[in-house]
Write a protein that binds this ligand. Structure first.
Ligand SMILES: [Zn+2]
Length: 441
């Protein structure tokens, strides 16, 4: 492989892809599929595009193997979140290359991963390398608004696109290299927390605001919410979470990760527990969380309403049972006049084990990308399309051969999102070598 030439091609394709405005809403992902199809066509790779709605394109292309092993899906979402130009110093859709960085909305989330997958596929096709498994490039719409027109649509309407697949690779997972840390820390995403939409509805007789009493609907609701927020649902340390924190402890400056290697026991210590749970991210990794985000009572200040509601964003960890959570909430609320309901079908969390052939290959790839890296399995607290692929029976992982510090990472969904040329050129080599290791005959 001519890695230099492939690296330059990657940078140019990245710039071109960033110029395609796929802000969602409305998405306009078909413009993205046209771009991808044209590049694939240039190397004689046929692709198929299907729209889930006007201009909401999804695309698939397949390099065939001999079928002796299951296929590998290389997935990215075409859409990006909006960029407020007033806060950017460059055009978010200009594809600018400046001082070793390519700027644009989607530079990290996640057109860069899509371009690495695309170029790796082109390189393997050009080199005429025989494959043991199919490589399936999948580009989808609508991830940023819930995937209904993208991965979810593909899962129900174009299931054959993923026929014969065993694995899926999608977004996130990264190598974080920070000053003060002993080693770089790499993560491979194996699971996501998923949402359970809860609604509490308190009811009582209505009345005039001038003569309130303790049990009006809003008053009951407030007391019920207070009981819920004060109730401590016991932390639960999944084995994968234990591994994540034990590995993290080995890269943190001395002293900072104390107790992380035996988390369950450490959480029994009140001092440790308070410190650990004060970190929102850490707390969300060991607990089912409840965020009271929408409240509704009367339409008028002087009217005591017959009903008051609270909508709660509850997030579940792998192994959580929605029915058990609902009955736990009912028990804590402990008021027959406050109803607890689930307002949309729960998405049961799923998880891919960190011991498959692909996971091991990903871990080795991160080791080549950043020598000395400590790699850990990660559970995302947010949601990604990998949940859908796991639901289709694939092992789905989030993988990115990018070395970033926290400052770069924060540009995701933020201002002046960018990716370094080094991450693109070293990343495409890393991705191509990974695919060769997994799929070359
Ligand atoms: Zn994304």
């Amino acid at each position: 492989m001519d890695w230099g030439a492939l690296g330059s091609e990657t940078v140019e394709l990245m710039r071109a892809y960033l110029k395609v405005d796929t802000t969602n809403p409305p998405g306009n992902e078909t413009a993205g599929t046209r771009f991808l199809a044209q590049v694939l066509d240039g190397d004689g790779i046929a692709s198929e595009t299907a729209e889930s709605a006007p201009e909401r394109g999804n695309l698939v292309a397949r390099l065939r193997g001999d079928g002796s092993l299951g296929g590998l899906v290389l997935h990215h979402h075409i859409d990006v979140v909006y960029a407020d130009k007033r806060y950017w110093t460059v055009d978010p859709f200009g594809g600018l290359l400046r001082d070793g960085f390519v700027y644009g909305r989607g530079a990290l989330d996640m057109k860069s991963t899509g371009i690495l997958q695309l170029v790796a596929m082109l390189a393997i096709k050009r080199a005429k390398i025989p494959l043991k498994r199919d490589l399936i490039l999948l580009a989808t719409a609508d991830e940023e608004v819930g995937s209904r027109f993208g991965a979810q649509w593909v899962a129900t309407e174009r299931r054959q696109w993923l026929a014969g697949a065993e694995y899926a690779l999608s977004e996130l997972g990264v190598i974080v290299a920070e000053g003060g840390r002993r080693r770089p820390f790499g993560t491979i995403v194996i699971s996501e927390k998923t949402g359970l939409s809860l609604r509490l509805t308190a009811r009582s007789e209505p009345g005039h605001g001038s003569m309130p009493w303790p049990d009006t609907a809003p008053h009951r609701l407030i007391r019920a919410l207070t009981r819920l927020l004060e109730a401590e649902r016991p932390p639960r340390v999944l084995p994968e979470i234990q591994e994540f924190f034990a590995r993290m402890a080995s890269v943190l400056p001395a002293g900072q990760g104390e107790g992380f290697d035996r988390l369950e026991r450490s959480l029994g210590d009140p001092g440790f527990r308070a410190r650990f749970l004060a970190n929102r991210h850490h707390a969300a990794l060991v607990r089912t969380t409840f965020a009271v985000n929408m409240l509704k009572g009367s339409e008028k200040r002087n009217v005591i309403p017959p009903e008051a509601t609270a909508d709660i964003d509850c997030r579940m960890l792998a192994g959580d049972d929605p029915d058990e959570i609902v009955s736990w909430v009912r028990g804590v609320v402990a008021d027959p006049n406050v109803e607890v309901n689930v307002t949309s079908p729960p998405k049961a969390p799923n998880l891919s084990p960190p011991d498959t052939e692909l996971y091991k290959a990903l871990s080795e790839a991160l080791g080549r990308r950043a020598p000395g890296v400590i790699v850990a399995p990660e559970i995302m607290v947010g949601f990604t399309d990998n949940w859908i692929f796991r639901g289709m029976g694939l092992h789905g992982y989030g993988f990115g051969p990018f070395v970033l510090d926290e400052g770069e990472w924060r540009r995701i969904h933020g201002n002046d999102e960018r990716i370094s040329v080094e991450n693109l050129t070293a990343g495409v080599r890393c991705y191509t070598e990974l695919l060769l290791q997994m799929a070359a005959a």
